[in-house]
Write a protein of this length. Sequence first.
Length: 275
Amino acid sequence: MVIGGDGPPLLLVHGWPENWYAWRMVMPELARHYTVIAVDQRGIGLTAKPRSGYDTRTLANDLVALMDALGHERFAVAGHDTGLIIGYALAADHPERVARVALLEVPGPPTLKASPPLFIDEAHNNRLWHIPFNRVDHELTEKLVRGREEIFFGYEFDIQGGQKLPDYAREYYVRLFSDPETLRGGFGLYRAWDTTTAQNAKRSDNKLTMPVLAIGGSESWGDLVGKAMIPLANDVQGVVIPGAGHWVAEQAPRELLSELTRFLAPYRRAAGPSR
């Protein structure tokens, strides 16, 4: 976890296969106006790596407990990729805590109804095959990836559209997930997929009431992020960032900052002067 800045709290939740470092290019500017809290998800980076507790209700509760410990009763959230899935759960399960939520680059939280079929076109299969692979709750997946992390994660970074991430960032993420416990922890959310989809089916009965910003990259999920959230929230603003692929915070940091700044401005004004 990295904390910096001053002002109303803003919780940043990374995606897979990354950690808090995915937000590094937007954190300094955000920290001028917000107390930025960039976390590592359970099982990843410097967090504890238990063998259970990776359903999104538990992961959302992790973040609420963290914000309690930091003394933040109400806060804004931005979540990318698996962080979108966790961010949605956080907003749905704890609406009294979340003032606004920005959700990046996944076409909605997973549900059985909205999930793509097993046999899909090649272009989508190439981008989504890792989900059923990661879901296999067996040491098989870890054995297949271990020692081949650069191949496995390198393909993931390359296939998701937009400008290639810089070598230093890719190498850092590969080293991060080369730790056997982090590799296992990174699969944790996927291995709890059935539990999370059941939770999301119940969450969808009540629409989110706080404002939602749904951001897609034009070279990745585009406007599907916003369209997926419309049935799940009362106030959805959809944005597509031109030229960006899946790794929006690293491929288009200026554009992302512009959208987050605009979306979060009412939250900042309501909080009053910085302490």
